[in-house]
Write a protein that binds this ligand. Sequence first.
Ligand code: DOR
Length: 435
Amino acid sequence: MSVLAIVGGRVHSAGAERQATVLVNTETGLIDDVVDADSLPEVDRTLDASGCVVLPGFVDLHSHLRQPGNEAAETIETGSRAAALGGYTAVVAMPNTNPCMDSAAVISEVLAAGRTALCEIKPSAAITIGREGETLAPMAEMMDLGVRMFTDDGTGVQDDQLMRRALEYASSLEPGDGTQIVLSQHCEVDALSHPGVMHEGAWSAKLGLAGQPSEAEELMVMRDIALARLTKMNVHLQHLSTAGSVEMVRQAKAAGIPVTAEATPHHFCLTDAACASYDPVFKVHPPLRTESDVAAIRQGLADGTIDAVATDHAPHTPDSKERPFDEAPPGMLGLETAFALAATELGLPLERLVDLFSTTPARIAGLSDRHGGPVESGRAANFTVINLDQTWTVSGEDLASLAVNTPFEGRTVQGKVRHTVLNGEPVVVDSKAAR
Ligand code: DOR
């Protein structure tokens, strides 16, 4: 057996932390043992983790990897490299590709490209054909290929009856492997949000830009909570951005309705005031909101109302992002900065961050058998090694993503990924991608 040892770190596992060495069998890709720091057996390779914590690898429920169709902005390979550098060992790829991920053929293509990626690529699939909101996609055959999350992300399913039917149909699907199907919603009522390009409020009025009211999101959150109650089917609410949405999810959970929710770093770090620069790097859907919304998202992350931090990593080419604010596409990079922003900004205990970045998203994505579990003997060796004290400054040019559209350019954050191990292979070593 060939053994990789991660030495000198504090292994954070199931709420406890101890100074220990993680021994990985690189042939099976499993953790062989976690042993006391002073008892290092003979090994083939060591990685230094001194000053670092060893955490279960992160799982992103929401990444746009752009392949197939827009490989100038990102590819599965470059997106997965960005993910690994951000501490992720698995990423759920969103289906708004070209062609759309709405058929077994396109899902198979994404899975094939994902086989050589630097993290596990878990495709989601569209709820409706072409994400056009009219005809249900062939969910069963995509489930058979491993899809567990269905979403029309980029848009929400507008038609109430179709959404009800999608949930009813999905509730009849049984993966048979202990995981569950979830319908994931981009909550936005188009009739209210169009033609808005930022949050509707004092700043949009001042800047003369068309606004999207909070109610455009909240009405769909309200509807989908009602439909989850009606159909008893799991609904995951993507990128919550308003205080009203957080409160509705809080009440739905208290009532036992099967909803989960995610929030993005940009929605807990930035406000609509950033749009005053007219820089399209701050354009995103749903839009950046107000300070009280940011406070509510932070509270929701702290108290468990929001289950996961998701990146909504949305690379766009410089050409497209350099257009005027109202013409540029919405979206921001997220994978390489998400954990550091959360660690720097949220003031949450490490245990809660592990829940938000790893344990709970792994469960929602149906990946708990190999991601998000404790760093212990017998588990898949999917973990990340982070120096929580190291500060660094975000620079789009330095990111591994093909695109550079980070809204956090120049921001100093604390928490740097030193190594990431995927199925026993070190894919990030000393903060550099190994391939
Ligand atoms: O800002 C966004 N960008 N929101 C979305 O829902 C889609 C995403 C994209 O694909 O660029």
